[in-house]
Design a protein. Structure first.
Length: 293
């Protein structure tokens, strides 16, 4: 599980939620040469105090990336949050890694990325994976299922209103806790060999009906799942104040759930993180405050 613990391991986006957790996990698992890459090193003094080297790394400045990756053996590219511009960032990261002689790249992708997907984020993941394949560098693609934390965006409002809106035909999402995804990414950086694509999931798919029932159980209030046609749900999101691009992205996720892409389950977390993924019901119970309870 830790074959490469003494190689130089760099995590990008280390000031973000998943990147920070991955760095902490690497240190906890005995990695001896961990570099936390970030656009703003001043934010990572705590990781430096724990033993990580902090290094400035900005994919928005492609000409600087190769130098920033000097001496790195294995690289975790945490996909950036610049939807619409992240593909250019990822291309810069991969090109810089190739120039710097990086031996293996771990990349956090999304379920079933494809060029004709609904929602630009999935399309960008598809073309990033193509860049990896064409780079000649060994890679591990981790197609992270929807994070369980994404439910915090509307859970309190859903519980308060008693209504959970979703698409007709929902088949469920195998939500994965961000901590489990980060531990999986760290484990892949420490042990993965060859070039593979892995789906990173929770232990079981959860439908909107089941999610509503869990909210009701935790809150003691009735919560009903209401299934709508695609256009009606999208219009409702926009009417509720969501920007159109975000409504498009969320509808894309829901369509993936309906198609079954988000309902796959694998043992990737257990293999790379060394523990079973947290069940969605347990995750919600442990985060009552984020649900407004």
């Amino acid at each position: 599980m830790t074959k490469f613990k003494d190689q130089t391991l760099l995590v990008t986006g280390a000031s973000g939620n998943l990147g920070r957790l991955a760095v902490e996990n690497l240190l906890a698992r005995g990695a001896t040469k961990v570099i936390a890459g970030t656009r703003d090193p001043s934010k990572l003094a705590d990781l430096a105090a724990k033993g990580a080297e902090v290094r400035a790394l900005d994919f928005g400045k492609p000409e600087t990336v190769a130098a920033a990756l000097t001496g790195v053996d294995r690289l975790l590219i945490v996909s950036t949050d610049a939807i619409g511009g992240r593909l250019d960032h990822h291309k810069a990261a991969i090109a810089g890694a190739k120039s710097a002689g990086v031996k293996h790249i771990v990349y956090t992708s999304a379920p079933a990325p494809r060029p004709n997907a609904d929602g630009g984020a999935v399309i960008e993941h598809f073309w990033t994976e193509v860049e990896l394949v064409n780079s000649g560098i060994e890679f591990t693609v981790l197609r992270n299922n929807m994070y369980a934390e994404n439910n915090f965006m509307d859970a309190a409002q859903v519980i308060q209103s008693g209504q959970l809106f979703g698409l007709i035909g929902d088949r469920g999402v195998s939500y994965v806790a961000r901590a489990d995804a980060a531990a999986t990414a760290a484990g892949a950086l420490l042990s993965a060999e060859g070039s593979t694509i892995q789906d990173v999931t929770g232990p079981a798919p959860v439908t909107n009906v089941e999610r509503a029932a869990l909210y009701a159980k935790l809150s003691g209030k009735p919560v009903t799942s209401i299934a709508l046609p695609d256009a009606d749900l999208q219009a409702g999101m926009v009417a509720a104040g969501l920007p159109a691009f975000l409504a498009d992205m969320l509808i894309g996720f829901q369509k993936d759930a309906r198609s079954g892409h988000q309902g796959v389950t694998t043992d990737a977390v257990e293999r790379f993180a060394g523990h079973k993924p947290q069940a969605f019901a347990e995750f919600l119970a442990a985060n009552r405050a984020a649900l407004g309870l």
